[in-house]
Design a binder for this molecule. Structure first.
Ligand SMILES: *[C@@H]1O[C@H](CO)[C@@H](O)[C@H](O)[C@H]1NC(C)=O
Ligand SMILES: *[C@@H]1O[C@H](CO)[C@@H](O)[C@H](O)[C@H]1NC(C)=O
Ligand SMILES: *[C@@H]1O[C@H](CO)[C@@H](O)[C@H](O)[C@H]1NC(C)=O
Ligand SMILES: *[C@@H]1O[C@H](CO)[C@@H](O)[C@H](O)[C@H]1NC(C)=O
Ligand SMILES: *[C@@H]1O[C@H](CO)[C@@H](O)[C@H](O)[C@H]1NC(C)=O
Ligand SMILES: *[C@@H]1O[C@H](CO)[C@@H](O)[C@H](O)[C@H]1NC(C)=O
Ligand SMILES: *[C@@H]1O[C@H](CO)[C@@H](O)[C@H](O)[C@H]1NC(C)=O
Ligand SMILES: *[C@@H]1O[C@H](CO)[C@@H](O)[C@H](O)[C@H]1NC(C)=O
Ligand SMILES: *[C@@H]1O[C@H](CO)[C@@H](O)[C@H](O)[C@H]1NC(C)=O
Ligand SMILES: *[C@@H]1O[C@H](CO)[C@@H](O)[C@H](O)[C@H]1NC(C)=O
Ligand SMILES: *[C@@H]1O[C@H](CO)[C@@H](O)[C@H](O)[C@H]1NC(C)=O
Ligand SMILES: *[C@@H]1O[C@H](CO)[C@@H](O)[C@H](O)[C@H]1NC(C)=O
Length: 672
């Protein structure tokens, strides 16, 4: 209290010259607010000091609430107000404050010690600012219930004092800061604590028993720290419902202690260094609904006891060292909705029993050494709710089955990439009327791109790159409805884990609808023209046609692809000029027409001023534009920018060594 009083007197004294004490606003409160206002870079609308003795009715100011009997300020809430300030010490005067919420602003500086002595404070939210510095050892906030300091730049140890004097605290978040050290012992006194997040800090040591067994704690978020072990909890019980210890340095076996967690529903320990087998208490947990052990070195049996695991819904065991056959009994977990077993050493086939996975919506079995694609699809077509199926890196050199009865009614995403599949694209794909995403890239598929793909009205992501597909691009592709007017409103499951596709490392999104609308036909044997109707695809973000045998000219109508960000037409046989209309594509960030037979001027302006030389190299007659003149081929890297020519379509000499580089050095010189 001494500190608080001292500060207020000091402030009152120092501000006397500017501010008259008002009758409607408590003087201590007004001093506190004045100090805060003076620190702000821009004033808060409606906050005005009146210099007569009559008003300054701060109780009516925005974000402020006073107690009706005492007239003292009890709430100060200014979240999301774009406040910019170096924090002042004046809050100590607001000693009746119960709620202080300044989250989501641009406040900075170390926190004043006096802030930790507001004896009436119940809610303190300073999250998402730019505060830094260490927190004081001594904390006297006896009424505090909610403390959120997440998303700042605090350093040093967690404040041990917090849980000595704040015996009523229920919710604490220190997430996303730079706290170091271990979890202080006094945290074990927080008998009322329900939620604790220390996620994304640098905290190390052991995850202590005293925390796991707090009587009211139901959510503990410790992910993304430096913990190296978890205490056993012996015969005690934990009331936790959610426990996240992922992305730490945990190693060794997972303790067989899950019978001591009678309420645990969510357990995530992915991206540690855990080894050994999944303990039996976890394979038999009645309560677990979401289990994520991805990216460890676990091995052995995954015989989940589905007659006890009645609530198992999300299971991610990907990137481990599990081997043997995929256990058939997984199919008797009645609620299983998302299953990811990718990147393990399974062998054999998809078990027949998977037919019974009535709730299954998401399945990834990438890189599991599976065989018999035909059988796998026949089994899985019985799963009535299957909407995402990822089978990348299996079924080496098999064929996509041709059976016309492969109808997956609910399928929204089908990924069978990087399997070296042979044969052609079968016609049953046509029956996947809900399909939004199809990735058959990195196979050896032959034949043509089926024109019916253009009829799949929800399809917005199509990757057929790196195959041996030939013939023309079917014109129907340019009628893909969701690339013309994308109206995807279909709800989909969102498993708690990421969705990898392509070659498993290239793309990682949590939901199908977060993929960019894309057509990728690169690295095939396609011939024929680029249809002018591609210009209709207003919602397309990525068009990749590189490394094919496409001919004809680049249609100027491509400027209709208003959302396009990546357009790659390199390594084809395109001729003519680059249509100047492409300058209108304002989102275009990657563009290449390299290695074609183009000539004429490279358009100027728009995004074109940002493309590197390599976007244009390897053409016989392309030229840059400078001072109203077309720049002629130099044929040498040594003498740039010396000759100009007014003509556009000079029949250039065959490409000379060094031409590309030489010319495009000049082009980039022009940009500056
Ligand atoms: C009080 O406010 C009036 C107008 O708002 C201003 O003209 C005057 O100078 C102020 N007086 C003092 C002492 O600040
Ligand atoms: C602070 O205000 C924000 C924005 O209104 C709100 O979302 C948040 O829950 C508040 N903090 C607390 C601890 O109530
Ligand atoms: C608890 O509060 C008392 C009274 O203000 C203070 O003397 C003591 O240092 C505080 N303890 C801690 C650990 O902060
Ligand atoms: C936070 O701290 C980190 C490293 O200590 C620094 O790189 C970063 O700029 C700081 N951010 C802010 C907003 O002060
Ligand atoms: C991972 O665990 C193994 C033994 O379980 C150990 O030898 C290795 O050093 C650990 N690696 C790291 C990075 O902690
Ligand atoms: C897997 O875990 C390691 C640490 O064990 C981490 O460095 C890596 O980023 C994780 N990978 C993924 C894809 O999460
Ligand atoms: C299973 O989940 C339901 C709904 O989420 C819940 O009410 C029930 O208590 C859970 N059962 C067990 C054994 O945890
Ligand atoms: C995976 O298991 C094999 C034997 O099946 C073993 O040789 C290898 O060391 C294990 N790898 C890891 C990372 O645990
Ligand atoms: C599976 O759970 C049932 C019911 O709780 C139990 O009777 C059975 O012994 C368990 N099986 C295994 C292999 O643990
Ligand atoms: C496929 O799995 C094997 C063995 O599990 C692993 O070594 C390899 O890195 C994985 N490949 C990819 C691309 O994930
Ligand atoms: C796939 O499995 C089916 C049914 O078990 C079998 O008839 C067929 O021969 C298998 N095909 C291959 C290529 O192994
Ligand atoms: C392709 O487009 C034409 C003309 O719009 C249409 O008649 C036809 O049904 C479409 N589908 C296929 C599979 O060709």
């Amino acid at each position: 209290m001494f500190v608080v009083l001292g500060t207020c007197l000091f402030l009152l004294f120092s501000l006397q010259t500017q501010v008259f004490v008002s009758s409607t606003c408590n003087s201590d409160d007004l001093q506190g607010l004045t100090g805060f206002m003076n620190a702000l870079e821009a004033p808060i609308a409606g906050w005005r000091l009146v210099n007569s003795s009559s008003s300054s009715d701060c109780c009516n100011w925005i974000g402020i609430k006073c107690d009706s009997s005492s007239g003292r300020i009890v709430k100060l809430q200014l979240p999301n107000k774009r406040l910019v300030a170096h924090f002042s010490d004046s809050f100590s005067c607001l000693d009746q404050l119960k709620t202080l919420n300044l989250s989501h602003n641009f406040l900075e500086g170390p926190l004043p010690v006096s802030l930790f002595h507001l004896v009436n404070l119940e809610v303190l939210d300073l999250s998402s600012n730019k505060f830094y510095g260490v927190l004081p050892v001594t904390i006297d906030l006896p009424a505090l219930q909610v403390l959120d300091m997440s998303n700042n730049n605090f350093t040093g140890f967690l404040p041990a004092g917090l849980c000595v004097n704040s015996s009523r605290i229920r919710i604490i978040s220190f997430a996303v800061n730079y706290f170091t050290g271990i979890i202080p012992r006094p945290f074990g006194n927080s008998r009322m604590l329900e939620y604790l997040s220390l996620a994304s800090n640098l905290i190390s040591g052991v995850i202590p028993k005293f925390l796991l067994t707090l009587p009211r704690l139901h959510e503990l978020a410790l992910e993304d720290n430096k913990f190296n072990a978890i205490n056993r909890i012996g015969s005690s019980y934990s009331q936790l419902i959610r426990l996240d210890v992922s992305s730490n340095g945990l190693s060794g076996n997972i303790h067989d202690f899950f019978h001591s967690f009678p309420k645990l529903s969510y357990f995530s320990a992915h991206s540690n260094n855990l080894s050994g087998m999944i303990p039996s208490s976890l394979l038999n947990s009645k309560t677990i609904s979401s289990l994520n052990l991805r990216n460890n070195s676990l091995h052995g049996s995954i015989h989940f006891n589905c007659s006890t695991m009645v609530n198992l819904t999300y299971l991610h065991l990907g990137t481990n060292n599990f081997s043997g056959k995929i256990p058939a009994n997984l199919a008797s977990c009645p609620k299983l909705k998302a299953l990811n077993l990718a990147r393990n050493k399974f062998i054999g086939q998809v078990p027949e029993s998977f037919k019974n996975l009535k709730s299954l919506s998401y399945l990834s079995l990438s890189n599991c050494s599976l065989s018999n694609l035909s059988l796998s699809l026949k089994v899985l077509k019985h799963c009535p709710n299957l909407s995402v199926l990822v089978l990348t890196m299996n079924f080496y050199k098999e064929q996509l089955p041709a059976d016309d009865d492969l109808r997956f009614k609910a399928l929204k995403a089908l990924v069978i990439a990087n399997c070296k599949l042979i044969g052609s694209i079968p016609s049953w794909i046509n029956s996947l009327t809900q399909l939004q995403l199809l990735d058959l890239s990195w196979n050896d598929l032959t034949g043509t791109i089926p024109s019916y793909l253009g009829d799949l009205k929800y399809l917005f992501y199509l990757d057929l790159s790196n195959n041996s597909l030939s013939g023309e691009i079917p014109q129907n592709i340019t009628q893909l409805e969701s690339l013309i007017s994308r109206v995807i409103s279909l709800e989909e499951p969102s498993p708690d884990f990421p969705f990898f596709i392509g070659r498993e490392t290239r793309l990682q999104y949590n939901r199908i609808d977060s993929f960019p609308p894309e057509l990728d036909f690169g690295s095939n044997l396609l011939t024929g023209p680029i249809w002018p109707e591609f210009g209709n695809l207003k919602k397309l973000h990525v068009l990749n046609l590189k490394h094919n045998g496409l001919s004809g000219t680049i249609p100027s109508s491509l400027s209709g692809m208003r959302s396009i960000e990546i357009l790659d037409l390199s390594y084809n046989n395109l001729k003519g000029t680059i249509p100047p209309s492409l300058v209108k594509l304002s989102f275009l960030s990657k563009f290449s027409v390299a290695y074609n037979n183009l000539n004429g001027l490279i358009p100027m302006g728009g995004q074109f001023s940002t493309f590197p030389n390599s976007s244009f190299e390897g053409n016989r007659g392309l030229c840059g534009y400078f001072s109203g003149k077309c720049l002629k081929n130099q044929g040498s890297t040594q003498t740039p920018a010396s000759e100009y020519d007014d003509e556009f379509s000079i029949p250039w000499l065959p490409i000379m060594a060094g031409f590309g580089t030489g010319f495009f050095l000049i082009a980039s010189y022009f940009k500056n």
